[in-house]
Ligand binder design. Structure first.
Ligand SMILES: Nc1ncnc2c1ncn2[C@@H]1O[C@H](COP(=O)(O)OP(=O)(O)OP(=O)(O)O)[C@@H](O)[C@H]1O
Ligand SMILES: [Mg+2]
Length: 242
């Protein structure tokens, strides 16, 4: 069982306090982050993946060890899909994934197998030799998802992975994520409640840099006061007046 613990993690962007005394322990399983624009979801993900620093007092531990001490040993177990990311238009899907595999230190033969595996997972195997510049927005999105899966990371952070996907690809992506091996921590942010409602083991509701509620889908849905007890209505209960 892996654990990722955040203790007293704060983030200021100048005067803006974007993450406030964040305390949470993630365990193997799928976590959904919900919250309105500006809640701090991407900030949290960028901090967990060490893409941005946090204020000096807090601590993040992977399996009990400080990630600042683990260094590259920690970064190697991460697969990250940032919210905004550029692709090299002249690269083919296969070449792009080969480039990422090399950055991750996956050796040649293993990399070829991994690239085939992840291209099949996102249903782009037949387009492997086409240039990314000619891909649709949703196809590019799937290449970016595929990239995170190379090397079977133990910590998978997906910032709005389904943004711009058509309904079929959204379902495929959802099923693919829920079918990943269970010995990993998967954290997904989304604005589409149905993307995570059926696959997340736990949901975190975030507002202005803080967790305002957290639990399994059924625990959270039982708190709905008006209307059907579903996650969308709970979302409206918390954020509807904003
Ligand atoms: N580089 C930055 N400089 C200054 N402020 C920032 C920066 N990045 C984020 N913020 C601010 O921090 C807060 C949290 O932003 P963040 O991007 O984490 O939210 P989010 O929950 O991911 O939102 P969205 O749903 O729109 O992606 C917002 O108030 C945002 O304006
Ligand atoms: Mg964001």
């Amino acid at each position: 069982m892996n654990t990722l613990s955040l203790n007293g993690v704060n983030k200021h962007y100048g005067p803006k306090h974007a993450l406030i005394d964040f305390d949470y322990t993630f365990r193997d399983g799928i976590y959904g982050l919900l919250g309105p624009n500006g809640a701090g979801k991407s900030t949290l993900m960028n901090i967990i993946t060490q893409n941005i620093p946090f204020d000096k007092d807090g601590e993040i531990r992977w399996n009990g060890k400080s990630v600042s001490v683990l260094g590259s040993a920690y970064r190697e177990i991460i697969g990250f899909m940032p919210q905004q990311q550029e692709l090299y238009p002249s690269f083919t899907a296969k070449r792009f994934l080969g480039y990422i595999a090399a950055l991750k230190g996956i050796p040649g033969k293993k990399a070829r197998d991994e690239i085939e595996r992840v291209l099949r997972l996102v249903e782009l195997y037949d387009q492997a030799d086409q240039k990314l510049g000619g891909f649709s927005g949703g196809m590019k999105q799937r290449v970016l998802i595929a990239q995170t899966l190379l090397g079977d990371p133990k910590l998978l952070i997906l910032d709005e992975p389904t943004a711009g996907l058509d309904p079929k690809q959204r379902v495929i992506t959802r099923n693919m994520i829920s079918g990943l091996s269970k010995d990993k921590i998967v954290i997904i942010s989304t604005h589409i409640v149905s993307d995570i409602e059926t696959i997340a083991d736990r949901i975190l509701l975030i507002r202005q840099g803080e967790i305002i509620d957290e639990g399994t889908v059924s625990e959270l849905c039982s708190k709905v006061e008006n209307g059907r007890k579903n996650l969308e209505n709970l979302y409206m209960q918390y954020y509807g007046d904003e």
